[in-house]
Design a protein around this ligand. Structure first.
Ligand SMILES: *Cc1c(COP(=O)(O)O)cnc(C)c1O
Length: 221
């Protein structure tokens, strides 16, 4: 039996998202069956936080859809990540970038990446601090088997999407500065911000990729 809730959720979302905004279905802790239903309903990009979960789902679903890594990338998982994903949204560390570059070179792949911005400047969170993003992008732009395609941010957690707005604004500002900088091997094309509670605000502030889990699949257990 199909869980028609997921189908309806995807259709409702796709109907309200502007045509130039890409929907990434954030699939952590969801079954392959649930992901497949979202795909049948029109989802074209799956976001995965965990390599093992991604590997299991990918085996069943394949590369007819695109797979984005949206979790924290650990150095010991870089080889797998290089093999499995079509984009890494969360690059924030030079050593990891170099390891990813090496692993991509080994398999003859150029990996599109987004740089994760720690827009809330939270010490315990992943991401490059806003004032360090330009320098970070310059440093990794010389790596020929990864290709910077934009920025991603989470923003500090809050129930109120309006509280996320200043952090989205700041990330968009950095995005525009980088775009104007015209760095070699860097294309500022994707700005990934906004989740279930904040995607509308994120789009108002310039996001063209939104990562949505709960609004598609329901609350996580
Ligand atoms: C889980 C997750 C999302 C989606 O969160 P929801 O609130 O369920 O929409 C988006 N981005 C990342 C990085 C996530 O881990």
């Amino acid at each position: 039996m199909k869980n028609t809730v997921i189908t309806n959720n995807v259709k409702e979302l796709l109907a309200v998202l502007p045509a130039d905004v890409e929907l990434v279905a954030a699939a952590k802790a969801r079954s392959t069956e649930e992901i497949l239903e979202a795909v049948s309903a029109g989802v074209k990009v799956i976001g995965e936080n965990y390599i093992q979960e991604a590997e299991a789902a990918l085996k069943e679903i394949g590369h007819g859809v695109r797979w984005h890594f949206i979790g924290h990338l650990q150095k010991n998982k870089v080889k797998k990540a290089a093999e499995l994903f079509d984009m890494i949204e969360t690059l924030d560390d030079v050593t990891t970038a170099e390891a990813l570059n090496r692993n991509c070179a080994n398999i003859g792949k150029v990996m599109p990446v987004l740089v994760e911005v720690n827009s809330g400047r939270e010490a315990q969170k992943s991401g490059v601090f806003p004032e360090k993003v330009l320098e970070f992008v310059k440093t990794i732009s010389g790596l020929s088997n990864i290709s910077v395609k934009g920025l991603m941010t989470m923003g500090p957690f809050s129930g109120d999407p309006e509280e996320a707005r200043p952090f989205f604004k700041e990330t968009k500002k950095i995005f525009d500065i980088l775009k104007k900088a015209h760095l070699a091997n860097v294309e500022m094309r994707y700005l990934s911000m906004g989740m279930t509670n904040s995607y509308k605000v994120a789009i108002e502030e310039g996001a063209n990729v939104v990562r949505i889990g709960t609004r598609i699949f329901g609350e996580r257990d």
